[in-house]
Design a protein around this ligand. Sequence first.
Ligand SMILES: [Zn+2]
Length: 399
Amino acid sequence: MLNSFAGRQEIVNRVLQKDLDGNLAHSHLFVGPEGSGKLFTALEIARRINCVTPKECQQRAVCESCKKAVTFQHPDIRWICPAPASTGEKEAAELYQLIQEDPFYEPTYAASSQVLIGDVTHPGPLSVRSALKYLRVKPFQGKRKVVIVSGADRLRAGAANAFLKTLEEPPDDALIILLTPVRSSVLPTILSRCQQTRFEPYNENELADLLQKIYPDIQSAHAVELAKSGSGNARQAALLRQSVPQILRRWAISLLDLAHRGNEGTLQIAADMLHKGKLPASIAEEVAPGNKSIAKDASDLVEKRDRVIRICSMLSIYYCDMLNCMTRGDTWVPRMASDADKLKSIVTQRTVHSLLLDIDAIEQARLDADRNLNLGLVMAVLFKELVSNAREQTRAQSA
Ligand SMILES: [Zn+2]
């Protein structure tokens, strides 16, 4: 994750300098709009402040301490965020893992949860009480114990009060960094105890550079386009990058379902949409509710072709997955775990032979699309074949 730094370097430098000068405040509040790099910056400060070979580790994690920091395994760095009360060690570990895979990952509960206060005797891993308990112990390996709290605006009175005493008189070696998008929603008692730092939205150039750094597979023209649509919000720009593939994935599974049910009419409409480079609004809404810009039509032929090829690749994954499910039985490991149940139920009504025909037809369509044939026609032919293979099968079974 933070092997490629995506925060605000000037703020990191300022904090590190103050630490060297011996006048770094213990409690900080980072205020800045969504996607302005607050968490990245806080995590980078935590890493650099505890680094054992600062010269070597300026750009990336080289020493053991930094390596632990970027994988959320450093014993002296703790990050907590709003989470449901049921969150245990397993869920917290999963969250840390997902953020390492994609630094802009945001769990679905993020928008609706509060920062937990935690049980007195058994505080959960992402709770205020666990963070406080942890701050009371001397640093294990590093110089400072760092606690980072995302969503300081979502600390309810009880959780905030639990924090106050520590914010006021933090242990000598503690560094507490609270993050919030809006200053006005943070309780005044917290505001008055923290040194505040403002984060401005990224400008377009910074954002384009940052996206390319985090996602090396993005072409530079695409990064610039995403940066424009993100309007300073790095998370939003990153989300836009993901959403079309996600829509295509949802679309592929719904096409598979339509073929299975023999719904030729809807499939022909889908072939036409792919031909015109349109995306189904209902699926866009499911992937990113309320975000109208995501279901943007493909503007040129290359993009349309690319979508058709990707839909074919997704279909191919799903059909091969069904074949694997059928032949491997209980030892089947689905490639798309979240769709496994649907595939499993369809498989019970199919044979190996008809699935092989489907896989061949999809591969043919992918090649044809790549060969500049008419996209609408290629997909119409493919969908007809998928429906007919599924029907043949039903006929054979009832005979
Ligand atoms: Zn280091």
